[in-house]
Design a protein around this ligand. Sequence first.
Ligand code: SF4
Length: 402
Amino acid sequence: MGMTSLTEIYRIGRGPSSSHTMAPEKAAMFMMNEYPAADFFRVTLMGSLAKTGRGHRTDYAIRETFGNIRCEIIWDESERELPHPNTMLMEAFKDGEKLGEAEIMSIGGGAIKVAGRPSASAPIVYEESTFTEIADYCRQNGLSLQQYVYEHEPDIKSHLRKVWEQMQQTIIKGTREEGELPGGLHVMRRAKELYFLGHRTRDLIRKEHYLISAYAYASAEENAAGGMMVTAPTCGACGILPAVLYYEKILFFTSDDEIIDALAVAGLIGQIIKTNASVSGAEAGCQAEVGSACSMAAAALCVLRGLNIMQLEAAAEMAMEHCLGLTCDPVGGLVQIPCIERNAVGALRSYDMATLAEVVFEERKVSFDVVVKTMYETGKDLSHCYRETAEGGLAKLYVNKP
Ligand code: SF4
């Protein structure tokens, strides 16, 4: 099967949702390129796109992309079989005549698939596609996981540097902002306060928790406000990996080169999950988003701590294992409750898993590849209410709806 470039995992863009804003933007651009003469587009949003698109500002993203070209958005919330839970039909018209149409799926992390077309994603650059295959290759060739990435993608470091720069900018901005997030839920930003408390307390455990949470909140709040961030692997889970990397930089003076190595390996973990399962909340629930981000962050920490490949696999596996069954039930279809808090919890959990794995890795019975498969099957078994439709869980029972 093979895997595509890590640039498919780390995308720099605007929040609040990789599948509900970044991918529809990309789909709209695809239509404008396909039908440059079109003077009107009709977009029918289906599945999760229709159910949570208003909260995620899908219509806004599409209209912005079409610019001056007229556009009609249809919210089709009917229950029916779709090729993917995030599907949209885009039709192009000129002088009232239909030029053509495309069924486009938002398949997670901002990527799209156009029905009947070869995949629009980047070419295969890794022949291996499971952790076991990659680990075997590394052992046979005497490579670390980051060396494996650089051998297959010699130019990836320049992309990872841009990614790291944006992650830091997002955190810095997010820890300075105050006030209410948009959307009507009246959620107040909390990153600045957590950051302040983290610097003030002398209690080292609380300091660690305040600061890691502050950094996770900062990215997640920026995302919720429609700011610039990096998918890691998605917008909804964009706070977890940057929080642990930034904490390591600030507290332990970790160099940018070391962080680039950690980003490379974390990206590899995310790409294995995306290739063999899904990073889409609409497809497999929040375990696919926050669970994947936890695995990526735990793996990144193992790289920074110089742990071996077995310890790293154990950390990534455990991080996912204890997110299995995590549902996606965003209140009001906004990426705020439970998403922002969940990013902080995910970042803290990544530390726990990296620390635990360092010791218990030899007792491990479950491989990373098995837990990825388990996550995907669990996701398929979840009711659609818990896959980014805002029809179950917190989204259903929350009383003060916007
Ligand atoms: S609950 Fe999780 S998967 Fe769903 S929108 Fe929030 S972060 Fe994304």
